[in-house]
Write a protein that binds this ligand. Sequence first.
Ligand SMILES: *Cc1c(COP(=O)(O)O)cnc(C)c1O
Length: 392
Amino acid sequence: MNPSSLALPHVAQLHAYTPGLQPTEAGWVKLNTNECPYPPSPRVAEALRREIGEDGASLRLYPNPKSGPLRAAVAKLHGLREENVVIGNGSDDILNLLVRAFVGCRAGSPDPAASSDATTAGSGDPALHQAAGFTLPSYSLYPVLVAIQDGRTDVIEFDRAMRLPLEKIAGSEARAFFLTSPNAPTGVGFANADLERAAASFRGLLVVDEAYAPFARENAVPLLARFPNLVVVRTLSKAYALAGIRVGYALAHPGIIDVLDRVRDSYNVSRLSQAAALAALGDQPYYDGVIAKVCATRDRCVRDLLDRRGWRTYDSQANFIFTEPKDARGATGLDVAKAAYSFLYSRKVLVRHFPSHALTAPFLRISVGTDAEMAALSDSLDAWQKAPVQNA
Ligand SMILES: *Cc1c(COP(=O)(O)O)cnc(C)c1O
């Protein structure tokens, strides 16, 4: 007997999230997973050394179960209270907790509370299904998290303009709706005026995944005071250059934080992660410099793609660029994007291609690296555009 046949049917069918390649050998220009091209604040390594000490004795002990000091630091950073903050093992952990707490399994939908007058306690608005809503394209982890617990999804498609489909979000009967702003993989940021309309009109929990907000003109944190159904999710993986340390957090009404605390692992953030994150948040001037450099490089690179190459490129408010490669004949499309990806790969320049959706297939997503890395990218794109077109 194959013991995997004991897995639940929906798990047996599950497709795991596909992370970007993480090559281990040297020599790659790595522009595929939106990591920061600069190191974290020097205070991070100091804090890690201090936490480990001479002999690592502190590691015998469990970490602070609530990541208390880190909650306080995050609250202070955003002008909120500790009760408005929960810390996760990366923001993926936070997203998982949100799905765990607010999205039901297929068998549980529609909400049994809708037809039973006896047990309505804690069921919220009975008209809401236990589904998770999200847009396409957006962060491709959401459907995986929902599938893990056999949940239902309410998918809303963007059109090529990538403007927020406000009417459709307002009409969604999902229990929780996940929006990525700035969006992934397009980099398009949504105005607070639009997020406000979404939060006001949608009856469920509106989760705004702000992984890239530090690179954007606006963010939804000021809206939290007025919308108790709003959750803002942040990560230290991108702007804080700490993808390897795995820290993210949610900002929300204390009632929502309390729910998330009930469903999380009791020691979900390690000692070393808490120490590193505290040190990083304590050095905002350093990160202001990093973010300014990344944004300047991004804006130069977008101008080059638009003006010199004439490639359709979205206005990015993130640390990556979504652009539609044009080959020597002026053609675009899935095969052209594939060819550009492969050419770059052959020159050890790694970017990301999302071939499975019509709105993303003709594009490449390119993380913003150092100026030197972006110059190497540009040289390779020049060489690709000059190379004779391969007929498929
Ligand atoms: C990178 C990313 C995350 C994941 O962040 P971690 O904190 O590393 O888990 C979440 N959401 C979006 C949209 C991202 O791009």
